[in-house]
Ligand binder design. Structure first.
Ligand SMILES: [Zn+2]
Length: 580
């Protein structure tokens, strides 16, 4: 029996070695099928079981109660981010299915993980100095809400998930306000792993053209100069030229600013509420792929795969320059004195890029309504040079403070600081500080909520120096720390996705005290008697403004609004600042 057993063992061993070189996963994107949530997780579990150098982790929860998974691929069975960093490895994070009806990245990441683990075509070389971490599905609630009717502009795959999550939030607007459990778990992953490069995969129906995949590159204006230079001169040219060598060419996301893409395309500026903008706050180079829905699903998945491969190869072959660029960028940011908070597309600056489009037709007859509509004639492809606008002007700056003082009652904010491992201390005793505070002079808010909030736009402020008592337990946050950009983006009320903008400070916007036309009189009289200088100013105004002088309420209001009677805390943004 013994010899047979050994032969059988050798046979099984050789079979299993051989088996691991074959793909373990069988994706069905060629049949316009994208896996369900449980199929996705089962596939990663299979890879985890078969490869010691990969693992599937659970990292916190999502709104629907299911855990957020993270699949880690290393060259060895080492999955501690601290140890991986100590080994000098770069980290590439790929996020999929944030909009669950946009599943190319879900399929492509599975196939990529399978291939790199079995070292298909020598791909495992990437893992020598780079660790790839994949969020298989971010919007789990959305993926579970699967239907053939979730994506009106998409004919394939036949069934997909839904854009909103279990809480009906658009998760790609939720990164800074961080309402969802998904975003809280993501924040923890980001703080723990501190990825050097970050990719979020999407699908677009913006326009029809010959490309299967488009890219929203990292927005230059969101990075310190040294990183901006690296992104412009190294990352972007490399990604585009490497993609051109493969089957699927890459084009910037076709955001056309006139009535036809042929007349010009503009870059997208995605601020911190979006995944790529969020990553920029941590000096992580973040970008978004947008697959084009009018191409075949298989081509969309394969082009997304090709991009992931190109990006992983770039990360591996530029490991040292990437780390240096980030380290230098952080130093630059920590020394900043002025910080940009508003951006505008510079329509005077453009470069010409090659674009393979289809003729736009303004009076194409709709097969549904029989009426003329705008469309593309796919029988008329063209290759042309088009204007590409990708420069943003920085139109407003704020001065960088040294410290923020945050009252302890803002517990939701403090929770976010903790998730992101922001350094701060708490006052040990009640202390009077001379700080600069901003008053919110004006803002506009929509009549209907946007992603669960009444986002404040057009914020104007003025500053005052005041002596304010902060209490034991209030937060003192040093601004010049590694995460300086996060602090400025979140605590400067004018920054586009600040806590103020997303309603975390709405409590300061209405008055708590006021005056009665009868009740205020005794105090008003006493005040005029005690403050002769103010009294003469008041009398002067009565003399020069007869209409004012005839209005009892206006007279009392003048006294109330121009003296200590008016509460100082009304519209006073409660974060105190100390400047150098
Ligand atoms: Zn999307």
């Amino acid at each position: 029996m013994k010899p047979i057993k050994i032969t059988l063992f050798i046979l099984l061993l050789s079979f299993s070695l051989f088996a691991q070189k074959q793909p373990l996963l069988h994706l069905k994107y060629e049949q316009n099928y994208t896996p369900t949530y449980s199929e996705v997780i089962e596939m990663y579990q299979l890879l985890d079981k078969n490869y010691a150098n990969a693992t599937l982790l659970e990292k916190g929860l999502t709104d629907c109660g299911k855990p957020l998974h993270l699949f880690v691929i290393n060259s060895e069975p080492e999955f501690s981010p601290e140890k991986i960093r100590q080994h000098g490895k770069t980290i590439l994070l790929i996020n999929n299915g944030i909009h669950a009806g946009e599943p190319e990245g879900i399929d492509a990441s599975l196939e990529f993980a399978d291939d790199i683990l079995r070292n298909n075509g020598g791909m495992a070389k990437i893992l020598e100095n780079t660790v790839i971490i994949i969020i298989p599905v971010y919007n789990i609630g959305g993926v579970l809400n699967r239907s053939a009717y979730n994506r009106s502009g998409q004919t394939t795959p036949y069934e997909t998930g839904f854009r909103g999550n279990y809480a009906n939030l658009d998760l790609n607007r939720d990164f800074t306000k961080c309402d969802s459990e998904n975003a809280r778990s993501f924040s923890q992953i980001f703080a723990e792993w501190n990825p050097d490069i970050f990719l979020d995969t999407h699908t677009t129906n913006g326009s029809d053209h010959q490309y299967s995949i488009t890219l929203i590159p990292p927005s230059f204006a969101l990075y310190p100069p040294v990183m901006e230079k690296f992104i412009r001169n190294n990352l972007i040219p490399d990604l585009f030229s490497e993609m051109k060598k493969g089957k699927y060419e890459l084009i910037p996301y076709v955001n056309y600013i006139f009535d036809d893409p042929r007349k010009g395309i503009a870059a997208e500026h995605e601020g911190p509420r979006y995944s790529s903008g969020f990553s920029s706050m941590f000096h992580s180079i973040g970008m978004i792929t947008e697959n084009q829905i009018y191409r075949d699903y298989a081509d969309r998945v394969k082009s997304c795969y090709q991009f992931i491969q190109v990006l992983a190869e770039f990360t591996a072959s530029n490991s040292e320059p990437i780390k240096k660029s980030r380290a230098d960028g952080i130093k630059e940011s920590m020394l900043m004195n002025q910080y940009p908070v508003a951006f505008e597309l510079d329509t005077t600056k453009f470069r010409m890029i090659e674009f393979k489009g289809y003729e736009a037709v303004k009076d194409q007859i709709s097969p549904v309504t029989g009426l003329a509509r705008f469309g593309y004639d796919v029988s008329k492809p063209y290759t042309d040079k088009v204007k590409y606008f990708d420069e943003f002007k920085k139109t407003e700056y704020v001065t960088v403070p040294e410290f923020y003082f945050l009252p302890q009652n803002y517990r939701e904010i403090i929770e976010k600081l903790d998730l992101l491992k922001i350094s701060y201390s708490r006052l040990k005793k009640d202390t009077l500080f001379e700080v600069t505070v901003d008053y919110i002079d004006d803002f506009s808010s929509p009549a209907k909520p946007y992603n669960g909030h009444y986002y404040h736009d057009k914020v104007t402020t003025h500053s005052e120096k005041q002596r304010i008592e902060f209490y034991a337990g209030d937060l003192v946050i040093p601004v010049r720390q590694e995460k300086i950009k996060y602090l400025l983006e979140m605590f400067e009320p004018k920054a586009s996705d600040s806590f103020f903008r997303w309603n975390f400070f709405d409590n300061i916007l209405d008055q708590r005290e006021y005056f009665s036309s009868y009740g205020f009189e005794a105090n008003a009289l006493k005040y005029l008697d005690e403050q002769p200088a103010f009294k003469s100013k008041f009398q002067e105004k009565q003399k020069t403004d007869p209409e004012f002088a005839r209005n009892h309420r206006a007279l009392l209001a003048y006294i109330y609004n121009n003296t200590e009677w008016l509460e100082k805390t009304w519209k006073r943004y409660p974060v105190g600042k100390i400047y150098r």
